[in-house]
Design a protein around this ligand. Structure first.
Ligand code: THU
Length: 158
């Protein structure tokens, strides 16, 4: 029997410390929260992707009275990106949210488990890391790849 552990690496910074490209992606994710359809949770999430062809693709959560039919912002953006640009790899995703008070969350929110799995598959498909920018009002968490949020993914454990 062997005890093992794994580390998760991330960078925490303020929005002002981001370079221009990342700042733009965070701004697009924030704007995308205003396209959310969230009459049930009143929690509006926005996601913005940067593709390797230079295009930006945004998405937001789209809820439904049949709750399971709704989808998260991240998957809205990912699936739309792959439908519109099937040959482009995703380079980065920014995620932002506004809570029930209508304000952007102070702290970053992280993608749900299903979205992590979808992001991992997009990363494999694109054969290059997808950087994550989780944007709170005052704090940004940056990660260099999807494995940082999904250490035990649905695949053989190495
Ligand atoms: N939601 C997202 O859009 N992304 C996530 O990663 C987690 C949750 C949405 C789903 C639902 O519309 C609302 O946030 C509240 O859970």
């Amino acid at each position: 029997m062997e005890y093992k552990k794994t580390d998760i690496h991330f960078i925490q910074c303020s929005p002002e410390e981001l370079d221009e490209s990342d700042r733009k992606l965070v701004e697009l994710a924030r704007q995308a929260t205003y396209t959310a359809y969230a009459p049930y949770s009143h929690f509006c999430v926005g996601a913005a992707l940067l593709l390797d062809n230079g295009c930006h693709v945004c998405g937001s959560n789209q809820e439904n009275a049949a709750f399971g039919a709704g989808t998260c912002a991240e998957r809205t953006a990912l699936f739309y990106a792959h439908a519109q640009h099937p040959d482009a790899a995703v380079k980065a995703i920014a995620i932002a949210a506004r809570g029930t008070d209508g304000e952007f969350t102070q702290q970053p929110i992280a993608p749900c488990g299903v979205c992590r799995q979808a992001l991992l598959e997009a990363q494999k498909r694109g054969q290059s890391p997808i950087r994550l920018l989780l944007a709170g009002r005052t704090t940004i968490v940056m990660m260099s790849g999807v494995e940082c949020v999904l250490p035990f993914a649905f695949e053989e454990i190495v």
